[in-house]
Each structure stands twice: as structure tokens, then as C-alpha cells.
Design a protein around this ligand. Sequence first.
Ligand SMILES: NC(=O)C1=CN([C@@H]2O[C@H](COP(=O)(O)OP(=O)(O)OC[C@H]3O[C@@H](n4cnc5c(N)ncnc54)[C@H](O)[C@@H]3O)[C@@H](O)[C@H]2O)C=CC1
Ligand SMILES: O=C(O)/C=C/C=C(\O)C(=O)O
Length: 478
Amino acid sequence: MDIEIGSWVNHRLRHGGHALAVFEPATGAIYARLHEADAEIVRAAVAGAAQAFPAWSRLRPSERAGWLNQLADAIEAELDAFAEAESRDTGKPIQLCREIEIPRAISNFRFFAAAAMQFASESHHGEAGLNYTLRQPLGVVGTISPWNLPLYLLTWKIAPALAAGNCVVAKPSEVTPLTAHLLGRLAADIGFPEGVLQIIQGSGISAGIPLVTHPLVKAISFTGSTAVGKQIALQCAEQLKKCSLELGGKNAALVFADAPRDGLYETLLRSSFQNAGQICLCGSRILVEQSFYDDFVTEFVARAKALQPGDPAAPETRLGAVVSSAHYQKILDAIATARAEGGNIACGGGAATMPRMFEGGWFIAPTVITGLAPQCQTNQQEIFGPVVTVSPFVDDADALAQANATRYGLAAQIWTSDLQRAHRLAQAIDAGIIWINTWMTRDLRTPFGGMRDSGLGREGGVEAMRFFTEPKNVCLAL
Ligand SMILES: NC(=O)C1=CN([C@@H]2O[C@H](COP(=O)(O)OP(=O)(O)OC[C@H]3O[C@@H](n4cnc5c(N)ncnc54)[C@H](O)[C@@H]3O)[C@@H](O)[C@H]2O)C=CC1
Ligand SMILES: O=C(O)/C=C/C=C(\O)C(=O)O
């Protein structure tokens, strides 16, 4: 074990008393030690951030933007090192890290650097004189992010918070701490203003709860499980603290017989199995119009069978390991439940057969399940793995009813050539994000988040800038 990971507080590395092992999902071997932050380290991080706040919030937007762009440039200069760290820590393919996830982390900083310059407030001129709204930073804010897209989601939260003039205490997942650790070191190396970005490492209990409940922390932006999101909402409510929650999903992909074939299977394969299905936006329930169902299943299953897991470090690999032993077991249990519910395992259905050096790793074969009813557990609970169900529907009304038949409401895909139908359904589906004939096409200006058990509030663009600011109206009688 050669890597020691700790918390970055005021640009100094702090180690709490308790250490966790960090595993490499491809082999199951321990490769790093994570020294958890305890309540004292969290308090020091918040205090340092509070001290840094007046100077950071007084900077001109262009100066804050300059710092965010410097962070982006510094990550870009070390893109390969970040990509290799992310791939090793998560078990995901290096290609995904190099081409999508680390570049997206860089874009998050650049996008919100530009947003700092463009964030405008409203004014209302009328019978009540001249009113204008100030949007002022909150102070110290906390971010809590998950293991599925570690640097991508961490930066998606901290970039708007910093751009809006806040100081941030960021807690990445204890399962995948490495790229956040590298970011903390990089911020120190480039002389990012001290205390403005603090990285605290550790579990929800050691570091998450002390952060959420700290009275100086004015808002929490969380991405993760619905269960933890609800606990955080309760804790925030006690202090009337703002919270933004981006939680789970059980997203439907509606495929009509007239779906354009161009890109259909390729995109659905990605929306099922990208990052081994560990993305909250994955389309884990594919619903296909009856008349197209048999042909669709035959072609989709053939393509899923061809997608075999491989060495995450190899450039040609498109499917890696899942993130942890516990998560691996959870996915295998979900597949066992599907079998017990009478599901037909059309392909996959368990651990993938791997070469000897990866035998200790957590690889699952892409799994397609048919023959299950909408209300069964497999179609109701988030599995968050390389597992999809495919079910038929008879008409638009049936497709809509099935799409809306879970407690979640994050994302949906509609595949059809009939754009009127697509827009009608887009209005009727209870989800925060609808893609028509595409998936994961992202414009960072758009509202991002879900309804029902998928969350509260929206991230992205102006929504994120608003979340991280307090509006104050100023009225001048004329
Ligand atoms: N965006 C999404 O939709 C995600 C959904 N999940 C779902 O959640 C399931 C469980 O994954 P976990 O890693 O256990 O997610 P989780 O919700 O436990 O962890 C997410 C983050 O919250 C922190 N955390 C945990 N308990 C906390 C608490 N009481 N207070 C403050 N912070 C706390 C964790 O340390 C981590 O940084 C997955 O199987 C998947 O279904 C997981 C990650 C992302
Ligand atoms: O912002 C995006 O493009 C993707 C976000 C994905 C998640 O929030 C997730 O999988 O948890």
C-alpha cells in the first residue's frame, strides 16, 4: 500500500485518528489508506473557510473566474494522472475517464467561471418604484458527493458555489477519495486562496454528519442515495438550512416502433451499461412498443452479449468493474431477486468470467432481463449496476403509465419519429430530465435534477448559482 489519503484544510494535509482501506475494484486489492476526518478536522475546515469568506466574496467576479480557470488549467495539465487515478479508484474504463469524466470536471470549472461573469440579478421598475435584487453568497457551504462519478460530480457542485462567492467544504465519497485528494493538493500547489476550498475525507458518520450539522454551514448540496438524502433533509430542516438533493432514479426509456434506428441501439447500450450502469441517469427500464418488442430484444441482447468487461486500464475497454465488494453483492442480490420474481435472464445474470489477475475484482456481465411486471421489486428499486429490464407496452397511455409507475422521477428517454407524441409524453412524464432520441446530451445551462424520491431542487447553470446565493430585494421609492 503506497498511497496515504487525508483531508486538505487550509492547504495542509490532516489525518484523523481512524483509517479506512481503499480498494482497487479491478482486483479487489487494497491500494491506499484513507485517514478519515473527525469532527475536530471538520470544525477546523469550516472555521478556515469562514475566515477566508470575506476576502473571497469581495473579489470581483472576473478574479474568481480567473481562479476557477486556473484550477481547470491545472487539472488539464495533469489529465492523464487524474484519469489514471479515477480509473484505478472506481474500476471504470480509462477511456471514460480520459475522454468524458475528467474533461467534464475541467468544463465544470470553466463553465462556472464564465457564469460568475454573467450572473445577473433582476430589477422591477413600476408602481412600487425601482426594485432590484441582490444575489449574495451564502458564506460557507458544504458539498457531499458520491463514488460513481467522483471528480465530475464534486466539481459540478464546488464550481458554482465558488463562482457565486462562497467558500466550500467538500466531502467526497470515502469509497473513491483519490481524485479529490489530488485536487486538494493541486489547489495548494497553484496557491488557490487558502481556506476557500477545503476537502474533508471520510464516511458519512465521521465527516458527513459533522459537516451537515455545523451551524456555520449555510447550505448542503448532496448527491447520493435517496435514504441518505432524506436524513440530510431532516438535519438541514432543524437549522432551516438550504439543501439541494440529487438522488436515485429508475428511469424509463420508451422505444416506439417508429423510433429512428440511427443510433438507437448504440445509445441504449450506453444508457444501460455506461459506467457499469452506475449513473443516476441510466435507463434501467427499457419499455418497447409491442409490435417492435421481439426484434428489439433480439438485437439488443446480441449487442449486450458482445460487451464484455475488461481491464479498466486498457484503452479498448468499455465496461469495467463495479465500485465495491458491497455494491457488487447488492447487484448480484438484485439479479437473484429478478430470477425469484420469474424474470427471464436474456443475457448475463451474474459475475463475469475474468482473466486470472482480475479474479478478485468486482465484474458483472451486462444483464438483460425480460418478462417482469411493472410493479415487481426489480422494476421498482434502483439497482445501479449493469442490469436492465425490457418490457412491452401496447400504446402511448400504457407507455406513460409504466414510465410513471415508480416512486422516482429523475430522467426518461423517448424514442420515436413522431415529434408531437414525443412532446406530449415529455409533458406528461414525471421526471426532471427528458431526452428525445438521445441520452446524456448535456448542456450545462439546463436545470438538472429530479422530482419525487429523485430529489429536491435543481443544479446546473443559473439554478446552481441561485441555490448558492441569497436573494435580497432593495426598493427605492421613486
Ligand atoms: N446520484 C445517485 O443517484 C447515486 C445513487 N446512489 C445509490 O445509493 C446506493 C448506495 O450508495 P452509497 O455510496 O452508499 O450512497 P450514499 O448516499 O450512502 O453516499 C453518498 C455520499 O453521502 C455520504 N454520506 C453517507 N451517509 C451520510 C450521512 N448520514 N450524512 C452525510 N453524508 C453521508 C457518503 O459518505 C457519500 O459521500 C447505491 O447503490 C445507489 O443505488 C449512490 C451514488 C450516487
Ligand atoms: O451532470 C451530469 O451530467 C450527470 C450527473 C450524474 C449524476 O448526478 C449521478 O449519476 O449521480
